[in-house]
Design a protein around this ligand. Sequence first.
Ligand code: FAD
Length: 277
Amino acid sequence: MSTEISIEFFPPTTAEGADKLRTTCARLATLKPAFFSVTYGAGGSTRERSFATVRDIAAAGFEAAPHLSCIGSTRDSIRAILQDYAGAGVRRIVALRGDLPSGVQDPGEFRYANELVEFIRAETGDRFHIEVAAYPEWHPQAKSPKDDLAAFKRKVEAGADAAITQYFYNLDAYLYFVDAARKIGIDIPIVPGIMPIGSFSKLARFSDACGAELPRWMRKTCESYGDDAESVRAFGLDVVTRLCEKLLAEGAPGLHFYSMNMAGPTTEICRRLGLAA
Ligand code: FAD
């Protein structure tokens, strides 16, 4: 059976960025991903741009899966977005709680992602294939690992079809997480999120914010390269390819690449994995 991959983009901010993303998307399409997903800014801040990017991907003949976050939103606004997406032929949604933009206090009419999943199912039945987020190293705001797993289970019970994980570099965290999920009856595919390593300092900042652990040996190795971006890149490709090989050998149901809107790293990792045409 072939390995299913999916690839994530963020919506570009400029017309030039949008042109560049069309080229990137065409290059990555040679990997035959099941879908390209498009992120959604905190509090709906990228609503128009996300929608435009989704339309571009669909117009190029590929399957697009918009991310949709609910915190800070009303039911009416989410209903309108779902209608727009249904009208544009979208068949998949990545359903998230999201985070409130800084300075915003009002959580709106949804508190957690399971409520969004429930709402999508109530409003649109089985029209959308719904993916949700999962956290092998635990969500930074989770009260405990047990609570986080219970929250994940609520999303599945609300109607999620599959999960995509936060990225991680500790294989055992993912394996333990999948085992723990199976033990409490979660049976949907849990697709590992894969973050290729580009700029190490950016990755370190981002990882701190989202609660993904950068193992000490990786951090120390990258730091030792200083400004030598080529060595960081080569090291990152080796580490991430090996992680993917092990994940697939352990039975991961697919790979979801956080492409950062770049074709090169994802393509090279897939080439090394024997997944590129
Ligand atoms: P939830 O599943 O609702 O969980 C959020 C937290 O609340 C967890 O700590 C959970 O344990 C806890 N919790 C859940 N239910 C309860 C309850 N009933 N009582 C108490 N605690 C509870 N962010 C964006 O802004 N845009 C994106 O496009 C985006 N895409 C993402 C894609 C993936 C694959 C992943 C893994 C993350 C993405 N994020 C995105 C980040 C995500 O929005 C944040 O991690 C956010 O903080 C949590 O969203 P969630 O859907 O996981 O929330």
